[in-house]
Write a protein that binds this ligand. Sequence first.
Ligand code: ADP
Ligand code: MG
Length: 714
Amino acid sequence: MLSDAVANHFRIIEIQKLALARLNIKTIQDLLYHFPIRYERAGDQKTVAGLVVGTDAVLYGTIHNPQTKKSWKSKRPMSEAWLKDGTGRVKLMWFNQPYIAKMIADGALVKISGRVEGDTSKYIANPEIEGVSELPIGGSDTVFGAQRENDELFAVYPESRGITSRWFRHALAKILKEEVLSLCVETIPHEVLTKYTLPKITTALVWVHQPKNERDALSARKRFAFEEIFVIQTAKQQLRKKLDLEKSYTITDAKAHAEEFTSILPFSLTQGQQNALDSILEDIGSPHAMSRLLEGDVGSGKTVVAAAAAYAVVKTPPKERPSATLQVGYMAPTEILAEQHFQSFIQYFSHLPVQIGLITSSGCKKYPSKVTTHEPTKISKTQLLKWVANGEIAVLIGTHSLISKNVQFRNLGLVIIDEQHRFGTNQRHLLTQKDGLIPHLLSMTATPIPRTLALTLYGDLDLTVLDEMPPGRKKVITNVVGKTGREEMYTALRNELDAGRQAYVICPRIDEPDPRKMTALQTKSVKAEAARLRTKELRGYTVDVLHGQMKPSEKEEMMRALLAHEVDVLVATSVVEVGVNVSNATVIVIEGAERFGLAQLHQLRGRVVRSTHQSYCYALTSSGASSKRLQAFVKAKNGFELAEHDLKIRGPGELYGRSQSGLTDLGMEALTNLKMVEAARTEARKLVENDPTLQAFPTLRKAMQTRKEKLHFE
Ligand code: ADP
Ligand code: MG
């Protein structure tokens, strides 16, 4: 609830209190940080003829016929008058303020300011009014459109029911006049402000709320955007600094081991893969714990890179047990993916005398087995955990259960995390070994995140981007299909199915903040479309569905059925499991393609990228308006290109849920500016380097604490 301080300060009424609470404004400081969404130039609307409903206006003119009335709705007393200028007249209304009519004289010259309301007939609600001795030269009493002189800017604030932009303007004017500003303490070090010519906090607060000109307003906004990213970066860099002090296992001869691994692969690594691997090997060759994020499209070859690193780790004995090996944990987001990685690792490591385990909620497996040396066998969880704890199982692959409390490793050297963005430092510390060492961490994602966003949200990780595909990969043929062309598409789809291939049909997810509503909508469209296809274009084929309302076990079962080709066509929402490799699927049909972000479309297309057959993507759209975007989708070389495109065109909220990122609008805006993000990161790093606990910057420390709570990171 709103603090009494603010309430008393402004003597506000209950409805405004509620509105402020809704906007999460509790203190004077919160008010100061409630920034305008834009600025308007009063001069643009200083004639009656030029009034625009829903905007604020300042008018000069003469008052006509002021009178007290009863409002016809609430029967409460109110004041009314007309304001006339050279271009026309507009009604002024003051609700619940009958005395105003008595205070203004018929024919008085006035300046009024307020919000333009109404539909068929416009009026100005509760305007402020002041008497003027003359009308400004070239003002609204002259010809329409004449330019006025004192073209002041005024701030327009995000409103909430019960509280207007004007209220904020006045509240802030009041605050800024008082001694409050002298109490504001700078969060950004002085040198940094000077270096990037950013205004200091007190100046910036005035400029952001009451700018004299656009340059000042912009300069202030830039400062606050920088501040937001800087505060986050400082927190991340501090986290990083702490991590850098943590000791981990030194993987000696990492490079030689990895080469041994890559030399037996049936292909050679791409330059990008080699660079990524080199960075990883260098990291794990040092006694400090690695923290690295590897970003790359589905199929760009991340798993192979991770496997090479894993190989180097399992070839390395722990110091005190020269005949044993260090261990690797590999965490996948779904059971199916865990199973797929298990199979790949069995192949990758088949010539080595190491044991590989699989742990998911539906059971445990081990390879090689004592009975059949070429196949994995099912074993009990107790048995598996015993072998993990005594270090006999060198590589353990699994879902989230991998990091549950009862899984104890003997010497865990490396943790690989696939598609789990939220693997936090706390989780990592749970993996600290008995010998006090923490494992190296390699995090991987196929979600194309623009560099600025990655640097901000994962600022505590080093970043490697794989932006090329292995050679010889067939490019997915992408077609944008409008209203016509559907028949042709279904014919092509049936041809593929008849040739023994499989397909996905994706139905749009509607952007909707209420998740319950959203799934209801999704489910309906997926189910309806599947039912339609079964009786129409895809009659005779097995069509099944996958959507967010299904239980995890049902989803897993459906993916299994798809892998086993028990299903020809899967109709699904965009939440189809990431990265699942159904190499027989060659067609993806995306309904309502214009509703998806480009990066998201690209990810969907990634579902059919693994096939050795030629694959096809059909982007169905009913609107031609977004065709330019869809053309970018057809042509794009990789997901990052499209993510950057999205960031510029649709804003970061599209890429990454706002609530997830915890950034304000200004912070989001900052993400479109790589230079700014890099500068904030560089400065944060320097600061933390010189003063790890930020002794000299108590305000920054406090700001970080608030940010951390908002961003839910440790
Ligand atoms: P990701 O994990 O990034 O989705 P994977 O590592 O699973 O990609 O690789 C996808 C496929 O491409 C695998 O079958 C893998 O063997 C193959 N592959 C990886 N790197 C190369 C390469 N440099 N040349 C040829 N094929 C490769
Ligand atoms: Mg992968």
